[in-house]
Design a protein around this ligand. Structure first.
Ligand SMILES: [Mg+2]
Length: 313
């Protein structure tokens, strides 16, 4: 990247992240300035604001790159704002999970971000759309949707992993497995009690490899249906997923598609990238090659062990 090609727009969510995240943003900005780049920082006031700033950057003739510092929500809105633009996006992960950043090979080390910037390896990122809402990473209907709705109702500002524990426990005991009808590319592939996970990245929370084969650039949505009607059954699914054996189970359907439709006669909670999602019916489509993202060289997503070590660190 050449400093003469324009300035770098730094979009920062001041509400997300710890003090070490704020230091990361400052040190990366310092690095860019010392390398001769003009960095202009803008702080977001809301998620809508993040998208609006990115949309503005996308059409600004003198912006060469967009750097986004925030959690999954901020990154999603910036990606949405940049949709269709050829301006590359670099990520400074500052959230709790950083699902997309992790998938792209980022961690919270300054050296990783500098390495990504210096090597300028650019990959296309597909975006997903559920009804009228965008998401980048993983979404779900049923069990995990219910957890996310519970967490959200209790949420006050920045969230930690600990705040998920009680809602997961509570949902585990109270969840009634709803009957859902799942259609992929116009064909009904399952109807029955289940929980559904779908999206575009291979690692879910704490590095769980649920959508094992997902590739964020392949123009396809990965879909995993866990047929499930009891707590014992769910516990078995969880264990098989940790062991990376879930896709071999008879009671799991794993497939890829371009369009997905989920309907139910019951009220079913959904989540999109860890935020409460819309009510059913849900229609999901993939929008290939929506954004250009800069990824670190030899990027591989961190797995369960690495993610747990980072949480405990
Ligand atoms: Mg994909």
């Amino acid at each position: 990247m050449n400093p003469n090609n324009g300035y770098i727009k730094m979009i920062v969510n001041p509400g997300s992240g710890s003090s070490s995240n704020k230091l990361l943003v400052r040190r990366f900005s310092d690095y860019l300035r010392q390398s001769g780049f003009d960095v202009r920082t803008e702080y977001t006031k809301s998620l809508e604001d993040a998208q609006a700033i990115a949309t503005q950057a996308a059409v600004s003739y003198d912006v060469s790159m967009v750097a986004v510092a925030g959690g999954d929500g901020t990154i999603r809105e910036v990606a949405h704002g940049l949709q269709g633009s050829d301006k590359p996006m670099i990520i400074l992960p500052c959230g709790t999970e950083n699902l997309l950043a992790n998938e792209l090979g980022y961690n919270e080390k300054l050296s990783t971000i500098i390495n990504a910037f210096d090597n300028e390896i650019i990959r296309p990122l597909d975006l997903c759309k559920a009804n009228e809402r965008f998401f980048t990473s993983v979404a779900g209907a049923g069990f995990d949707g219910e957890i996310v709705h519970t967490v959200d109702a209790q949420r006050e500002g920045h969230i930690t992993h600990l705040e998920y524990f009680h809602p997961i426990w509570q949902t585990f005991w109270n969840h009634r497995y709803p009957v859902m009808k799942i259609q992929a590319d116009g064909e009904t592939i399952f109807q029955g009690k289940c929980l559904v996970i779908f999206g575009n990245i291979s690692r879910y929370a704490v590095g769980l490899p649920i959508l094992r084969d997902a590739d964020y650039s392949d123009g396809l949505l990965d879909l995993c249906i866990y047929k499930c009607n009891s707590r014992l059954h769910l516990a078995k699914h969880a264990l098989m997923t940790v062991l990376k054996k879930h896709t071999y189970c008879k009671d799991v359907i794993y497939t890829q598609c371009k369009n997905l439709k989920i309907t139910s006669a019951e009220a079913v909670a959904t989540e999109l990238d860890g935020d409460p999602g819309p009510d059913l019916p849900l229609e999901v489509t993939i929008m290939p090659n929506s954004v250009k993202v800069i990824v670190p060289p030899n990027a591989t997503p961190a797995g369960i062990r690495t993610k747990l070590m980072r949480i405990l660190d």
